[in-house]
Design a protein around this ligand. Structure first.
Ligand code: HEM
Ligand code: HEM
Length: 194
């Protein structure tokens, strides 16, 4: 029988990484407030952001690998084609941002003499100190952060529409053990994919 909801591991990775990403994005935007430039605390706080970012990047690689190895549940029968297309494109764009954010930060740091301190251990940068390359990659990091925020907002609004307006079971596909009908009004199956 075809699974109608995401599996437990997919759910765990979605919510764990989703929450951590919201925290990391807020941390990024608040960096200048928490530790203004040219103050003694700046380097330590930036390195904490870099360390969290690298850990998150590794978790995202694990999530991506899991996703590529495990087929997601099929779209619910009632979902119109335009919604399937929108969700498909939106999810891909979210994955793209999840990759570009840590990658741009990490690669940028390697073209700066500051390099990366991973929770107190210095990692020698593998690139030369090239301020222009650093600035361009850092620009990618910042612009992607804004695009990512827009996509997350759209993603949450779409979910809220399903819950509050459509009253369907799309949210239940990503939430454990909700005894909600997932396929058609006559079906009560809640079988999960891996
Ligand atoms: C998923 C992971 C990450 C997210 C969501 C994230 C998010 C952000 C955000 C929102 C900002 C503020 C952008 C702005 O100034 O408007 C920022 C700044 C920054 N991020 Fe990240 N980041 C991540 C990973 C990393 C990594 C892995 C590194 C480096 C190893 C890094 C290095 C930096 C640096 C150096 C800044 C400060 C840029 C500046 O003000 O000049 N980030 N990040
Ligand atoms: C940083 C935050 C988030 C990111 C990056 C994110 C990303 C994603 C991605 C990529 C998928 C597709 C999963 C796949 O097919 O592999 C997904 C599914 C889903 N997300 Fe999120 N998400 C975030 C936050 C949220 C929040 C806050 C909610 C609830 C309000 C939510 C609700 C859902 C639901 C219900 C699905 C399943 C949609 C379906 O049936 O296909 N997500 N999310």
């Amino acid at each position: 029988m075809t699974a109608l909801r995401y599996g437990r591991v997919s759910m765990l990775l979605h919510w764990l990484i989703g929450l951590a990403l919201l925290g990391q994005i807020a941390f990024g935007f608040l960096l200048d407030e928490i530790a203004p430039r040219n103050t003694p605390t700046r380097a330590g706080v930036i390195n904490l952001h870099k360390s969290f970012g690298i850990v998150l990047g590794l978790l995202i690689v694990a999530r991506l690998a899991w996703r590529l190895l495990h087929r997601p549940p099929p779209w619910p029968e009632w979902m119109p084609p335009w919604q399937r297309t929108a969700a498909h494109i939106g999810h891909r764009a979210l994955y793209a941002c999840m990759i570009v954010m840590p990658l741009s930060g990490y690669v940028a740091s390697n073209f700066s003499k500051h390099g990366v301190m991973l929770f107190g251990s210095a990692i020698e940068p593998w690139g030369p100190d090239l301020p222009l390359v650093y600035r361009v990659l850092n620009g990618v990091h910042v612009v992607t952060a804004f695009v990512f925020c827009g996509l997350i907002l759209g993603h949450v609004l779409a979910t809220l529409k399903h819950v509050l307006v459509d009253h369907d079971a799309v949210f239940a596909r990503m939430w454990p053990e909700t005894p909600t009908r997932l396929a058609t009004p006559s079906s009560t199956s809640t079988q999960a994919s891996p």
